[in-house]
Design a binder for this molecule. Structure first.
Ligand SMILES: [Zn+2]
Length: 115
């Protein structure tokens, strides 16, 4: 489960940020997870909840924003959002498609308690 190693590096960042801000506690974390990022949001959440115990984030709420796969046809330039993985242009049937979004795995927001 490579979500565990992702969460491990996430916590390194969280601890660093908390130290920078002299925060006592991390109360919320928001991640953006793309449909093509290779990460399963449910696994990520489970790993987060295991990992957070005995850290500054032990009460933190994890919010995951799922980013859909967005592609653009290189022939007719139609942009489309896919919830399946059928890589054919809906407009012209071309298979020359470019990925515009959906591969990201981003730490979007950290909520901290400072005093
Ligand atoms: Zn097209």
């Amino acid at each position: 489960m490579h979500e565990l190693s992702i969460v491990a590096s996430l916590f390194e960042i969280l601890e660093e940020k908390a130290e920078e801000q002299k925060a006592k506690r991390i109360v919320g974390v928001k991640l953006q997870v793309g449909a093509l990022s290779g990460v399963v949001p449910e696994f990520l959440e489970t790993a987060f909840n295991i990992y957070k115990k005995e850290t500054l984030a032990d009460k933190a709420r994890l919010e995951i924003e799922k980013v859909p796969l967005k592609i653009q046809c290189q022939k007719c330039h139609t942009e489309m959002v896919k919830d399946d993985f059928v890589f054919i242009c809906e407009n012209c049937g071309s298979r020359e498609l470019e990925t515009l979004g959906g591969t990201e795995l981003l730490l979007e927001k950290i909520e901290m308690e400072v005093s």
